[in-house]
Write a protein that binds this ligand. Sequence first.
Ligand code: NAP
Length: 257
Amino acid sequence: MEFKNKVALITGGTSGIGFAVARKLAENDAKIVIVGRNIEKGEQALADLKQIHANIEFLSADVTKGKQVKDVVKQTLDRFGSLDLAFNNAANDEITPTPTHKFSEEDYDRLIDITLKSVWLSMKYELQIMNKQKSGVIVNTSSVDALLCSAGTAVYSAGKSGVIALSKSIAQEYGNLGIRVNTVSPGAIRTPLLEKKFENVPKEEALLLENKYRELNALGKIGSPDEAAEVVLWLLSNKSSYVTGQNIIADGGISFI
Ligand code: NAP
């Protein structure tokens, strides 16, 4: 019952890992704000979550834009009166992987904005409240790509590595107030983001890609959103009360093979 009436803000809560976390928090009677850009997707996610629990809002916003993030945090506070838990998780795959010598500056900016700046902006405004409250728990989503740094993922990997660095540094900055900041680094998790990678290539290639993801890790399978969400729930909960500045990897063992 530890999440009962706790106020949680989840960016990217309308789909995939963020939605799985929202569902688990809803099952535990938290008050939740989910954020995404697409209104139709957000309203659908909200309707699904409201079947579990009533105190849930959807806000449409682009988390790469400071003013919109500031508004989201303000509206969360206005609606529910505090901010106890934040899961800064939104990202997209709107940039096609491209060799570095052909990668445009505009795509670099867009990719760094969604992987890194969005997390910094979210924490900046969340911490204005948590700093006053002298309490709060933040979890940010990085990726196993931050550790693997494979060919073809240079800018994404750099952005996601930045999320780990930001989180560690900010964990030091606010630890004396009891505010904890950690990251989760998922491997291949079966969400719409991953499914889109399979859909964007011919069927045979998609099958090869899927098998490659399976073979890459020790457990030989693609993870489920729930498996990633369980790690996030633990980091958000008091069960991890002595854990801060850490990056927890949920990748089926890719990164230790
Ligand atoms: P997903 O199912 O595509 O969900 C992404 C969520 O982020 C959606 O709610 C999306 O809503 C939102 N979003 C995207 N861009 C946004 C923006 N600019 N402003 C506000 N919201 C935005 O993806 P997922 O797989 O759950 O990914 C969640 C996180 O896990 C991401 O940070 C991703 O990099 C990371 N990750 C995923 C995997 C994997 O295999 N799935 C592996 C490693 C790391 P809208 O599109 O409506 O905005």
